[in-house]
Design a protein around this ligand. Sequence first.
Ligand code: ADP
Ligand code: MG
Length: 278
Amino acid sequence: MIRLTNIHKSYGSRQALAGLTLTVAPGELFAFLGPNGAGKSTTIGLLTGLASLDSGQALIDGLDIQKEPLKAKRLCGLVTQYPNLDAELTVGENLDIHGRLFGLSKKERQQRKEEFLSYVEMSDRENCLVKTLSGGLKRRLMLARALTHKPKVLFLDEPTVGLDPAIRRRVWALIKKINQDQVTIFLTTHYIEEAEFLASRVGFINEGRLARTGAPQAIMESLGHWAVDVYGQAGLKSRYFQDRNQATDYLREQPLGGAIRRVNLEDAFLTLTGRKVD
Ligand code: ADP
Ligand code: MG
């Protein structure tokens, strides 16, 4: 569904993407994981026509986004990191404007407004002004809006940043539902647990390049099952073990003690890139 080959993008002298190559299969829920400034939003911007790439090729469902930008754009839905709803208009009006931009007839706009407001459980909010909505409701409205033209692939840039934990879980459930309804999802996040919970496959991005892709479980298992965090003079250091007994033996040998826990995706990211995600 998405095929990026050797993408470069710079802003002045700052290189945001430095030869990014990546594919996402139809139906996947792919999470692009990396620290702030790694190039995640830049990638989404290029794929959704908000910015142009310097070199390389980007295909969406086989369409070259540089050669057929409008056709490619119709295949994509986008939820940006920061709310870009029209705050002075109602929920329904925001959806209607989006439908117009994508050339839907009045009847289609009406029907899809009902369909997608019900989908995100906001049917009772149609006439509310957007500026009166909470952060979680705004995010759900942005999801409904992005689905209005029935995209094949939905781009979500940090979909739960700034939401409280309960609302975050609700948005996660919605994202899973959208994916189960056959929409390919490409999301960026710097929350490890979000990628672990949601994604069928993750890609680690660091300094504009892909460091690793794979299923979260497989990536973690390649490191080991158990981590021992040891407090030493140089700060906290972690070692990874396949076997719990090995891990406890190692812990016992440590003069300053430490702690044993399950390996997580953050460990994998740190090991591969030498950087923390958050
Ligand atoms: P992420 O979404 O992973 O946090 P971004 O893609 O936003 O990262 O940014 C990647 C790099 O490109 C950063 O160093 C950032 O400062 C830079 N950058 C992004 N957008 C712009 C822009 N419009 N102008 C200048 N530099 C930018
Ligand atoms: Mg970003």
